[in-house]
Write a protein that binds this ligand. Sequence first.
Ligand code: SAM
Ligand code: SF4
Length: 366
Amino acid sequence: MTTQLGLPTLRGGPSRDPSRPADTRLVDGFGRVATDLRISLTDRCNLRCTYCMPAEGLDWMPRDEQLTDDELNRLIAVAVHELGIEELRFTGGEPMLRKGLENVLSAASALHPRPDISLTTNGIGLARRAGALAAAGVNRLNVSMDTLRPERFAEITRRDRLQDVLDGLAAAHAAGLRPVKINAVLLRGVNDDEAADLLEFALAHGYQLRFIEQMPLDAQHGWRRSEMITAEEILARLEERFVLRESGEDRGGAPAEKFEVLGRHDGAPLRTPGTPDTAPTVGVIASVTRPFCGACDRTRLTADGQVRTCLFATGETDLRAMLRGGATDAEIADTWRYAMWGKKAGHGIDDPGFLQPTRPMSSIGG
Ligand code: SAM
Ligand code: SF4
């Protein structure tokens, strides 16, 4: 299967709705403003997480369909200079598989105003590259790690690489990247008994843990709402060991609900002396059961240059064709603006007519 097949790309660009206000930013029809750009650098990956893609992988995007570094740098500059993008998150697939990653990061960090730059990675190879990533301009890292048990890691990712991820986390911390965040997805009957252990580990190392509800974005369409672990269940498991309190912080467009970890039910100290001094918190990203679409501030760019208004969008806008057809920066910016103006109110997972997007998470950029 080629993930690009059959996508309803808006070849002629989005319709020019005359009711769109003359605002240079990425405003939409529901009053939201996108200031956070998620960029997928590649759809390839060196792991095969069961909730993301099949064991045999996918038919990867042909190289000539992928944006070149120069094309990508140009779109990022348009986003920052013309459209008011303030934050860039590089993801994939596995973004560290992109050749020239550090060059793209350096170009982004040289922009004025300088955007905040973060990277979401599976951590393979991070131990060796954390310093170079920090030097190239990465401010923050999210590392995905769903379990602390090597055999479970091998079962979930279909690769025996847990130690690489643990080493990567330590290297990121040592390189001064703060906060180092861990993303974890819990799967029923696989690792759903590890919520409190993962938090224990994160507290002991000064990492910030966030749980992500499993979403219907896997390439093999195996997601079942009845089987997913909900935010409520995650919190209940954490509260068996820890005392939590909602942080009460204004989340803004942040997807994670944040909880302060106040202590333990058995009264033992939360952390041992010498633990890095970060506020003990845990986050839950409840995209399915507690959607946060109303505050969404995101726009997305795929590795083949398609703008998406949402992870769950079923249409895309082709900026690569514009780039390769000689469009000016102003024309590209305008097309991006109209694409975002058409962003839907919500992801609609609960609508009876919900359709999972053709493009899987690994190709959209999670
Ligand atoms: N390969 C990198 C990684 O794993 O961090 C970046 C891409 S991955 C698609 C980004 C995040 O999406 C990871 O934290 C991963 O666990 C999460 N993810 C992938 N498929 C998911 C799904 N179906 N539901 C929820 N989260 C998912
Ligand atoms: Fe790769 Fe990330 Fe998908 Fe796992 S979640 S298969 S690491 S893209």
